[in-house]
Write a protein that binds this ligand. Structure first.
Ligand code: FAD
Length: 472
């Protein structure tokens, strides 16, 4: 390694880049390594898709709102930056599926829509007797000979039938990927399902066994009242602020875009939007995949990223006086089946799910719009989107009066779609990078998981690879 160039650049200051910066800096200090890290972020703030608005006592998330407690890296990062005490769990409550204009409860024991308890499933009004009988065929159907990557939709339909997929699984899963199940890669989204079928043959029986195994340590009574999601009492932005506060201020360069990266005889030359050039021996790229081919214009290995789609959604948060929203339904939210004429795709009664999110006497509803095929809604004005959302909500609950205020957040091409073949394409890209761009590593939501903990895991993995490379 050239002793004149000990710089490591991290491109992108979303959660992935921040986690990488934090753990890299910690390692450098612990091991007294001679490296300098620089984090380059094109916008005027860190956090990328994690953005919280605090207004009139409401805590409103524009993008992600919570993380899965069982994925440990987010809680670990919170602990490492002194935010552990600020973690809050969601309140549990009934969730619903909207079919036509009816809210029907999600049957107990459904894991990502896969039934694991017979009685709530038999009693559910989400499915016809035929639909239930077809789903039960999963118990006797043979395992598939196809063990490689395949689209999620046909896999699930083969096991459970159309009704269970359309009325339960699809609305739940589209909340995570905002995508089309018939295009999404099972290997890159729910590889456990493929394994479950191969191991247990029946998806229902296998999921039931897996669930019992995972739930085993939860024995105390209180565990049942605490939900499986977590956030921070002052919002997700507070974690970002805590990480930023731990980084040396000279490390972070905001309002600066990386324009391109050129390989030199030793290391890389990074061209910045202010005309400056910066040298780096190693680079962690955490931008969304769309940006990567532009950053490396001389490398055709990134061509597949040009074809990798991302979908657009918007979140709409509506703040009300509590008495303006009459909910006869006891619950924390609902997702919408495609068989419903509604244009919202999901709604959380945020004040009920997250007590910290609204002041006493107020209600906060957060809706999603922009299902596949209706992404144009994201381009309407705030007022038009809010009117559509209110019209839909008024079909379901009694809302009197106008919202006190609303926050519309557009997420254009922000939900990367892992299509069939994603995992092998990424493997090919990474192996070409090892040859052609040694010391450059990819991490972030476009690659190996979109959830916030997955992004942290990728940032941490990239730190390990960079240090290994630098020490060679
Ligand atoms: P980003 O947050 O996109 O950060 C990338 C950064 O790179 C950005 O800050 C960008 O400005 C910067 N950048 C881009 N190009 C350049 C350049 N040329 N030079 C310098 N900087 C550049 N996950 C969950 O776990 N739970 C949820 O509830 C959840 N809900 C979500 C809801 C919505 C509406 C969305 C959009 C996502 C949600 N996610 C959720 C997913 C999760 O928020 C993201 O996957 C994660 O935050 C992505 O982090 P990242 O750092 O990989 O990317």
């Amino acid at each position: 390694m050239d002793s004149n160039n000990q710089h490591i650049a991290i491109i992108g200051g979303g959660l992935t880049g921040l986690a990488a910066a934090f753990y890299l800096q910690r390692k450098i200090e612990e091991e007294q390594l001679p490296y300098q890290v620089v984090l380059i972020e094109s916008s005027d703030r860190l956090g990328g898709k994690m953005q919280t608005v605090v207004r009139d006592g409401f805590v409103i998330e524009r993008g992600p709102d919570s993380f899965l407690a069982r994925k440990k890296s987010m809680s670990q990062l919170a602990k490492d930056v002194g935010m552990q005490e600020a973690i809050v769990p969601n309140s549990t409550g009934q969730s619903y599926i909207l079919i036509d204009d009816q809210l029907l409860p999600i049957p107990g024991g459904a894991v990502m829509g896969i039934p694991t308890e017979i009685s709530p499933f038999i009693k559910s009004r989400l499915f016809t007797p035929f639909g239930k009988a077809r789903a039960a065929m999963d118990l006797v159907l043979p395992r598939s000979k196809e063990t490689g990557d395949q689209p999620l939709g046909p896999f699930l339909r083969r096991r459970l039938g159309d009704e269970v997929v359309e009325n339960l699984v699809e609305p739940l899963m589209s909340g995570i990927y905002a995508g089309d199940l018939d295009q999404l890669s099972i290997l890159s989204t729910f590889p456990d399902m493929l394994e479950t079928e191969q191991k247990h043959r029946s998806l229902i029986l296998g999921t039931k066994k897996n669930r019992a195994r995972k739930a085993a340590p939860q024995t105390s009574k209180a565990d049942h009242r605490i939900g499986m999601f977590r956030t921070f009492e002052k919002g997700l932005q507070s974690l970002i602020d805590a990480i930023e506060a731990k980084l040396p201020s000279e490390m972070v360069r905001k309002n600066l875009s990386v324009e391109s990266v050129t390989k030199k005889e030793k290391g890389y030359m990074i061209e910045l939007s202010d005309g400056e050039f910066m040298q780096a021996a190693a680079i962690i790229v955490t931008t969304p995949h769309q940006a990567i081919p532009r950053l490396f214009p001389d490398y055709s290995i990134f061509e597949p990223f040009k074809k990798m789609p991302s979908t657009s959604v918007a979140t709409v948060s509506l703040a009300f006086d509590e008495h303006a929203v009459k909910q006869d339904i006891n619950g924390t939210g609902f997702v919408v089946s495609r068989n419903s004429p509604c244009r919202i795709t999901a709604c959380t009664w945020t004040h009920k799910k997250w007590a910290h999110s609204a002041p006493k006497g107020k209600a906060l509803l957060r809706c999603y719009v922009g299902r596949p095929g209706d992404e144009g809604i994201v381009d309407l004005s705030d007022e038009e989107i809010v009117q559509i959302v209110l019209r839909d909500l008024k079909q379901i609950m009694k809302i009197t009066g106008e919202p006190q205020f609303y926050v519309v957040s557009r997420w254009r091409e922000a939900m990367p779609q892992y299509r069939v073949g994603h995992t092998s394409t990424l493997r090919r890209i990474e192996s070409s990078m090892a040859e052609e761009l040694p010391g450059v590593y990819l991490a972030g939501a476009s690659h190996k998981g979109v959830g916030m903990p997955d992004c942290i895991d990728q940032g941490v993995a990239a730190v390990g690879k960079v240090l290994h490379y630098m020490k060679q």
